[in-house]
Design a protein around this ligand. Structure first.
Ligand SMILES: Nc1ncnc2c1ncn2[C@@H]1O[C@H](COP(=O)(O)OP(=O)(O)OP(=O)(O)O)[C@@H](O)[C@H]1O
Length: 196
């Protein structure tokens, strides 16, 4: 069975990942892609209070489950756009391990902080300051297959850029390289990073 292709969008909250994913699903050719968002998996959890001492564990298992859901969907041959926030090193390390062997195009979704804060205020459905908290962390690994700046380009323009990159790599028979470069640079999982 063919493995599905994964277009992996990484950026802070309000950077425009969902908007780009929506455009990608409209414009990508071939069999229909799925948009698998970390928020969508979080929203499946029962809506009830979690004891403070349990919260880290519950959130970590949610994200580990999300990474494995990505791997499972791709292993069954589905092409995916995934929408994640790599704000802790273990999240990237776990993805590098769980998605070994998959074709992952890692996309950096950038946006200047003042514009992120403006969007956060305008949308009102995210905690104030969330994007600022994530800002210095999500791109710390610094390696991508393709990058876009949503402060300067529309979701459609960013999606067109990503599509062009993926299609030209596929046409040349070239696999994406960012995940391989990150593994080579030592960003893969240390045993204690995936525990729990
Ligand atoms: N390129 C853009 N230019 C201007 N506004 C944008 C752009 N992309 C997204 N926005 C706006 O920014 C807000 C956040 O966008 P979106 O929901 O796509 O971000 P996100 O990265 O998925 O956020 P989160 O991780 O919090 O779900 C929305 O109101 C959206 O309309």
């Amino acid at each position: 069975m063919r493995r599905g292709r994964i277009i992996f969008l990484n950026g802070t909250s309000s950077s425009g990942k969902s908007a780009i994913a929506g455009e990608l699903l409209r414009i990508l050719d071939g069999d229909p892609y799925f948009h698998l968002a970390v928020d969508a998996v979080g929203a499946m959890r029962a809506d009830r209070e979690v004891a403070p001492e349990r919260l880290d564990d519950v959130l970590r298992r949610t994200r580990m489950g999300y990474h494995r859901a990505i791997a499972g969907m791709a292993a069954a041959g589905n092409d995916l756009v995934v929408d994640h926030v790599l704000s802790e090193p273990w999240r990237l390390a776990d993805c590098l391990e769980v998605l070994a062997g998959a074709d992952v195009f890692l996309v950096g979704v950038h946006c200047p902080l003042p514009e992120l804060e403006r969007r956060e205020r305008a949308r009102g459905d995210r905690p104030r300051g969330l994007a600022a908290l994530q800002y210095g962390k999500v791109h710390a690994h610094g390696v991508y297959d393709v990058e876009c700046d949503t402060g300067a380009a529309s979701p459609r323009a960013c999606a067109e850029l990503v599509k062009a990159h993926v299609e030209s790599a596929v046409a040349r028979g070239e696999a994406p390289t960012a995940f391989a470069r990150l593994r080579a640079a030592g960003h893969g999982a240390a045993p204690e990073m995936t525990r729990g």
